[in-house]
Ligand binder design. Sequence first.
Ligand code: ASP
Length: 608
Amino acid sequence: MLDFLGDLKRTHMCGALRLTDSGQKATIMGWVNKRRDLGSLIFIDVRDRTGVTQVVFDASSSAAIHEKAETLRNEYVVAVTGRVTKRDVDTINPSIPTGEVELVAEELRILNVSAQLPFLPGDTVLPNEEMRLKYRYIDLRRDKMQYQIQMRHEVALAIREYLAGQGFLEIETPFMTRSTPEGARDYLVPSRVHPGQFYALPQSPQLFKQILMISGFDKYFQVVRCFRDEDLRADRQPEFTQIDLEMSFPTQEGVFEVVEGFLKAAFKVAGVELQTPFLQMTYDQAMRLYGSDKPDLRLPAMVDVRNAFSDAERETLKFNNGSPVVAIRIPKVGELSRKERDDIKPLFGERKDARVFEDFKRIEKSYPEASGKIRKALEAEPDDLIVLVAGPSTPAEHKSEGGIKPEVKQHDRAVYTAAGQLRIDLARKYADRHKLFAGDRKLASSYHFLWVTDFPMFEYDDENKRWAAAHHPFTSPHEQDMDKLDSDPAAVRANAYDVVLNGTELGSGSIRIHRQDIQSKIFHALGMSREEAQQRFGFFLEALTFGTPPHGGIALGLDRIVMILAGGDSLRDVIPFPKTAQAKDLMMDAPTPVSESQLRDLSIKIRE
Ligand code: ASP
């Protein structure tokens, strides 16, 4: 205890005082949350991390302290000693745990004063976010922020305990390292000692965790910061925290079990009892049924209704033979006005490779038989919204069929994704009507988890005109697809998986390549020359030759999990010191220019 607190013994935290403490002497310390001056009586709400307690200063019992209490202002830091007393019936506040008692002050120490604040932690109307971020320390004093940050601690702790209990070791990996290919830009740290050379902050500890498997630590995890210099969106931060893990001799199911276990532990912290195992679905199924690799299962699946139409009808409607006609159903939207219907087309957007049929009424009029079949296939109720999405009127260019007999051909993917996007956009727009997004946060039934498996190994990068790794280049391809590496990369499936919750990807991972020859082949398929592969990943290719066990793992975003559990609106709500969408720290005011001499030390010249 600091000296200036003298003999004060803190017998009670504010929010912990209860009726059973009545008559006891107690000292509470905290901030003046609110004051009401009724003349001879002054009421102060003192706040600390555990809550607030009402303190009363009564001029009739002690004029001196009452006088001192008159000087109190919002956010002064005080220590008050007094007697815990039962409140008068008419002043009981049932909305706070200490609402039945108050502390009748006998001694008041003002431990610190506060200047006038830009806003108050107790304010019901929040200032704009810029202000909140600039004065983050005040913002963090708010109840809700205290709750969210505490929730973050508890969730991380539950996950750590679970994983440690399963024999995982938490092992730290460096922040100053070299580039890891996760598909984003690196944050670079210039080296003073090696002019012109840079460390990269890790986009993930991917290579380190694989190396740890080669080192014999067969179960690794880390709650770890990752850094990615991406264009920021509401749900992204330049630095974010992953629950990162890797296992040797794994099966895909084994990884799923571990993740389901720690998610169960994490959700329990918020009072939610999750049911495991989670549903599983291949990427191909997800595309076909939801038009997305992160399906939102709260909404009905889509249905391919091409067969509801006769050949002649398909011809009139210019439905290409073989191409899907996807029906979307959004429940309980009710009759759309003309304007609402007209708004669907712009929502769908201009697309070369897909068309929308937003007026189902018209289809019903012209094609009653087909429409009846569609309604039946969708199990539609009369007040559900039905929209059709089909391919372009001219046949799409034939691309790869895709590996292991998928139903979604590569050239039809655009139709499914366009339908999937429209499904989500319409569902968001009419969320008030169907209410499927408004599940009770405390109920397990509000959380629709699933595993999406068998992703494609490669994605075509239109900008750079080459194949890129869909997950990352250390993911193992399906053995059956190995012969298509050169001839048809689009058909190669990967042993990669994502865990998805309510339409959001919580994490992704894969079973890795553990053979050097295969790893070299994949680098080659990605258009990397032998020299480039050697230069970027030589150390890793060499390590793979020295007895590498089969291994695999996953990483999940902790910030996102906490945001969902704490009911936050943005990741910034659950990160104590987040950055803005412009990647700025408004409190510290970072980034900033640095001095000429610092730049000189680093051999750096700023280009005009
Ligand atoms: N390193 C990957 C990521 O950050 C996850 C993994 O494959 O384990 O997305």
